[in-house]
Design a binder for this molecule. Structure first.
Ligand code: FAD
Length: 442
């Protein structure tokens, strides 16, 4: 419990320092924090666990941390401070599933954006950010093989991830000459030294039986192939198994996530009626299986177009598919397989990564790295949002949106902080915010 509190405090200090301090002061702040919280500051899960437990307690540790896959990565490299956040999330707040599926989040956001004068474009790739007179003034977008310039009134926010932003849309060498050296050095190191996060192999199953017939669980399951009779767990077992699976996902022991979105979906609220999944898709259910699988197994097919990657790629997917699906063959109606190449295509991630930048220690605890990941970039008019500036996951993305809005509106200044003002607190007090919306604010 004490470690959980310490970890939460440490993450607040990391982000507070990142948002408010510069250069030497920021480095001093991080140094001070490392003295105040030596047990968890800049420590991996394996390091903290080794301080607390011996090998004989490994099974208990594993029970505590068995959903590490939600973070991706292993015990030897993942910062410990992220783990209590995950445990707190599940134990104290529980899990959530959007009514009507993830699409309903976008469907709810678009009208709000358009009502305030915004426009949402789909299948429109930003090719580059336009800089003029040392500030970001717009973007060049490609749509239907044509390029269009979109000019902005006050700035450009890139929520496409640090890799997409600084490798593709605004390469470091093309940034305006006023870009400070500390930023070019820091961001250069982030791109070179922080690897992409975990990549996944995904199986999407369409099942031809209803939720009632299959009685599928609403909870998620992580499967680990440990045979405790023959293989006693040690503090390193998880990392070893993961490593073996990464090397050979076809023959290695599978470590996988299994979930049934159709069991979780309570339906979409339409006026006064609940339309349950069962009513929208009678007699059908769906299952998602995901397992960490590195891109390099598929890299040689990366230059081929989706759907035309050839027989060898299809055979590889088929082989993976067969090993995975033996357990529910009787109900399978449709199978779709996704590899890291699929993620590159659909999520626009540079290396097929699922969670943006890897959650390595330097990303949070090295001020020279952390400082570059603040929403307000040191080039006038350029802002970042999304998981790379905060934490992975839906919540990480949402929190980053609030932080970026605060950065644009000038909230990250001492007078505002000392007055205990935050964007959310101010919104709650604002005239014109409907009471229902006010209650929804965190
Ligand atoms: C298979 C899978 C399952 C997951 N499950 C969960 C879960 O259960 N719970 C959870 O909390 N998180 C989950 N995550 C993680 C979660 O999806 C991400 O952490 C979250 O979406 C990050 O939000 P974001 O807005 O920062 O980035 P993204 O959601 O990745 O959004 C970035 C957007 O930028 C777009 N983009 C990229 N380049 C360009 C360009 N040049 N021009 C225009 N647009 C561009 C991309 O197309 C993408 O839409 C999962 C991720 C994966 C891959």
């Amino acid at each position: 419990m004490q470690l959980q509190d310490e970890s939460e405090t440490v993450m607040k200090l990391v982000f507070g320092g990142r948002l408010l301090l510069n250069g030497t002061l920021g480095r001093l702040w991080y140094r001070l924090c490392s003295w105040m919280y030596p047990r968890v500051w800049n420590k991996t899960i394996a390091q903290v666990m080794a301080q607390l437990f011996d090998n004989s307690s490994a099974e208990m540790i594993f029970r505590m941390t068995g959903n590490l896959g939600d973070l991706g990565g292993n015990y030897a490299q993942t910062p410990f401070t992220l783990l209590p956040l995950l445990i707190h999330h599940y134990n104290d707040e529980g899990g959530y599933y959007p009514k009507g599926g993830p699409n309903s989040v976008i469907a709810a956001l678009i009208p709000a954006i358009e009502k305030t004068g915004g426009r949402c474009l789909a299948s429109a790739e930003v090719k580059r950010i336009i800089f003029e007179n040392d500030r970001a003034v717009g973007v060049v977008v490609e749509k239907n093989n044509n390029e269009y310039e979109i000019r902005c009134r006050s700035g450009v926010i890139s929520s496409a991830g640090v890799r997409n932003t600084y490798l593709k849309m605004a390469p470091l060498k093309d940034l305006p000459s006023i870009t400070p050296k500390w930023f070019l050095d820091g961001m250069g190191k982030i791109l070179a030294e922080i690897p992409p996060s975990t990549q996944h192999f995904q199986v999407f199953l369409g099942l031809n039986k209803s939720q009632k017939e299959l009685n599928l669980p609403k909870y998620n399951t992580w499967c680990y192939p440990f045979d405790l009779d023959t293989h006693p767990l040690t503090l390193h077992s998880y990392d070893e198994q993961l490593e073996t699976f990464h090397r050979d996902p076809i023959n290695g022991p599978p470590l996988a996530f299994i979930g049934f979105p159709s069991a979780k979906d309570p339906g979409l609220l339409c006026i006064l009626l609940f339309i349950y999944y069962e009513n929208r898709h009678p007699g059908r259910s769906v299952c998602v299986i995901a397992a960490e699988t590195p891109l390099y197994h598929f890299q040689k097919y990366a230059n081929l177009a989706p759907g035309a990657r050839g027989e060898e790629y299809e055979a590889l997917k088929k082989k993976l598919e067969c090993d995975w699906l033996m357990w529910c063959l009787s109900a399978i109606d449709k199978i779709e397989i996704g590899t890291p190449l699929t993620s590159m295509h659909y999520f626009g991630s540079v290396m097929g990564e699922s969670y943006g930048l890897d959650s390595s220690l330097n990303r949070f605890f090295n001020f020279d790295f952390s400082h570059c990941l603040r929403p307000k970039q040191p080039i006038p008019g350029l802002y970042l949002a999304g998981q790379d500036t905060a934490l992975w996951g839906f919540t990480g993305g949402m929190v980053s949106g609030i932080q970026t809005a605060e950065a644009i509106l000038g909230y990250h200044r001492w007078p505002v902080i000392l007055a205990k003002r935050t964007l959310i607190r101010d919104l709650k007090k604002m005239d014109g915010v409907p009471t229902d919306d006010r209650d929804l604010l965190p």
